[in-house]
Design a protein around this ligand. Sequence first.
Ligand code: EPZ
Length: 443
Amino acid sequence: MLKIQGGNALRGSVQVSGAKNAALPIMAACLAVPGKTVLHNLPELRDIASMSDLLGQLGMSVTRTGTGQLILEPTRSRESVADYDLVRKMRASVCVLGPLLASRGEAFVSLPGGCNIGHRPIDLHLKGLAALGAEIEIRNGYVIAQATKLTGTRIFLGGAMGSTVTGTCNILSAAALATGRTIIESAACEPEVVDLGNFLIACGAKIEGLGTPCITIDGVEQLQPVEYEIIPDRIEAATWLIATAATRGDVTIENVIPEHLSAFLDKLTQLGVLCQINSNSIRVSGVTEIQAGDIVALAYPGIPTDIQAQLTAMLCLAKGMSVVTDRVFPERFMYASELVRMGAKIRREANSVIIQGVNRLNGASVMASDLRASAALVIAGLAAEGETTIRRIYHLDRGYEKLADKLTALGADVQRLQDRQSPPTGSSIPGPHWQQAGIGEPK
Ligand code: EPZ
């Protein structure tokens, strides 16, 4: 549980950690890279630990050799089951599908379960892998994918909700080792996808068009191990900028790539939050009043869906009426009712929330529902009058490294206490036997 006494303006500087959503697909891609790969600037997060566990189950040696540094090396193990207990805890486990198929010709990955931010199918992942030649079967809640070889082809990867980040990652990783050329149309352009692509290029892959909706991959025989540094986490950086504005503080956020946040920074300016942007840092200071405005969360380069909750928390204290719409995850507003408990005036309307700004929020006991919703509740608690307690903060630990420490260093009055609600623990991951996972023996 996190206990926050609100009202302190955040002051000082904070270092942004490595990007979780770049680190996870890059760690998974190491399944297809023989030898020792060294990754730097990995955030110390539950999701990174979960991915390390999963890769260990899949026969990878994963060794932590210092802060933010891992050495990953495939072993001779042929185990290829990502079981339900792990996948339900971390959806990004699905990122092992492409690398397993490319390196071992088979993968058994549990279908991800439900999620607090809405429907999260993987139909586009499977469409892309099947287009490359994989035989895909769904059995007992598992994806069973097998391919004697993968052959490059043209794939349209767009869906009803637009591009898919981890879907593009899966196809990138698989196509890197396919025979011939793959062209991904309607590819995701997120910086985290570009980081995976740059990692694969460093390993010897031939990829053009990263960061655009059309990516071309010419398959190679084998990838080579490298040392690689993960990009900074743009979502963490945005969260700090919003928290500083909401508390009328003065904070310099270090280790940022401003170009990764162009749409967001442009919107902040419209909302009356002036930022001093330098090559790898951004400072927010002198915020006196936040203007109301309309936010639409879109795929990159639009405003990220992963910061719409945090922006909503800030807009609860803006002057006037704001509308926040999420075109990526239309249901991603579970946190709104928790903000209402703190005195916010918010109304759900389809895939939007309508916010009537208030003069102040009051501290309350609230419940986190997902990673970014937790960050929104922290921001509201920092800006509120009085005490806020946030339960189920294991959600926070999934995506924000040492958050309470960083907040305290910025002058926030924050205490981390034992949470009665412990995280949902999966059973100890059964031995890597597919029959224990409840699926039939592969043919
Ligand atoms: C990634 O999830 C991120 N997770 C999410 O961050 C992020 O919110 C999301 O991209 C959007 O930016 C990781 O990278 C580990 P999508 P992902 O596939 O890849 C639909 C966080 O807080 N869709 O880009 O699962 C889907 O339902 C997390 O760090 C299909 O219809 O998202 C959604 O509406 C939360 N079929 C839209 O596309 C598919 O096969 C975008 O989803 C795949 C997706």
